[in-house]
Design a protein around this ligand. Sequence first.
Ligand code: FAD
Length: 415
Amino acid sequence: MTQEFVDVLIIGAGPSGCVSASYLHNNGTKVKVVEKTKFPRLVVGESLIPRVMDHFDEAGLFPALDAMNFEKKLGARFIRGEEICVFDFSKKFGEGWDWTWQVPRADFDNTLAQEVIRKGIDLEFESEVLAVEFNGSDSITTVKDKDGNMKEIHAKFIIDSSGYGRVLPRLLDLDTPSKLDPHSSIFTHVKDINRPEGEEGTLISFDILETEVWLWVIPFSNGNTSLGVVGPTSFINSLSENKDNAEALKNAIQLSDYYIKRFGGVEFLFEPVKLENYSRSVKKMYGDGFALTGNSSEFLDPVFSSGVAFATESGMLSAKLIHRQLNGEKIDWEVEFTEYMRRGIGVFTTYVKEWYTGNLQTLFFHQPENPDVKEKICAVLAGYVWNQDNPFVKKHDNVIKNMAHMIQLEKEQAK
Ligand code: FAD
């Protein structure tokens, strides 16, 4: 069997794997990326948040992405019947990028992967990790290529960024149930033939159909738009008697007063895909000789588009820690990796939970708007969830609940 030797093996060439690979390569580490599929490949996760720009910039991947003219995302709109709440990333608390992109991920991820290859990194498509054996922090990974040939890759460290492939969580029994309620989604792309002119046509929007059910509308610069419905699994399953995904998504669109005209009659560009009970968690995020990043570790919920940002945050952070470790430094992975990641995940977990209780929606749609509150929530939605100067980060545990409660009390007193 062929034997290969690298410093760091990266499993998966999604945004997480590409950011890690690029950072490590730029800093002189010998990396190899193995990717099971052939790119471009379909993957969900098209609405980015500004925090990702820091990572793409630092990894040296920004110019290649910028050249693609993806649709710029300057904020996000939430719709509830007649009520509208628009967040503008330029009006947020603290430092950080004011914009990002909304992207067809097949093209976006392919751009990242091609740029990684262009830099001289060894990225092998259609190569699947089958098994991993650890000897201390050293590992031997068995990989099958597209012709069925097997090889062994010897590495000093593995970054598992295999997304829902969850290679190491499966092999090392690290999966644990998510603390979030079971939610599911059905999505597809459409040719947006009724797209209105101007901002209305390109604005990324989340239309609340019921407190726990919402529709996403993500227009791309190529004229197509991504449509998806999200809700409790029981609700998503009830959208179509025969569990036909196309019928279910059509039925969901019918529930949207705002979008029924624009999307009621459009054709789906591919058979809608159902992602059932999509939240994931792990018992631990690292071990001797490996780190789990992106969806291979934790995935919460699509409602605030935090998935890719956590993927690139953990991809970048793990790469930096490995680089230091390979240079002889002792790294406290519990403090520098797990605790750091868990702080950010904790903030978004609260926001997701409070979205589905309806408390966050109470804050979003409260009139008159409070600009001070709004800019602080906006910073969280932009992904700046480690900024302890922001009370909506620091006191996330109770600030939303308490404010929603006060708004409800005010409403009752006004009756
Ligand atoms: P991925 O992008 O999934 O990449 C993992 C790669 O690993 C894949 O290419 C896969 O082929 C490869 N792989 C798997 N197994 C193996 C193996 N054995 N060997 C080799 N390679 C392997 N996030 C957002 O930021 N915005 C959104 O709007 C958003 N919407 C979402 C909607 C839904 C319904 C869901 C479920 C998720 C959404 N997400 C969103 C989350 C987003 O999809 C993920 O967080 C993101 O893609 C994770 O990136 P990654 O690099 O970790 O994994």
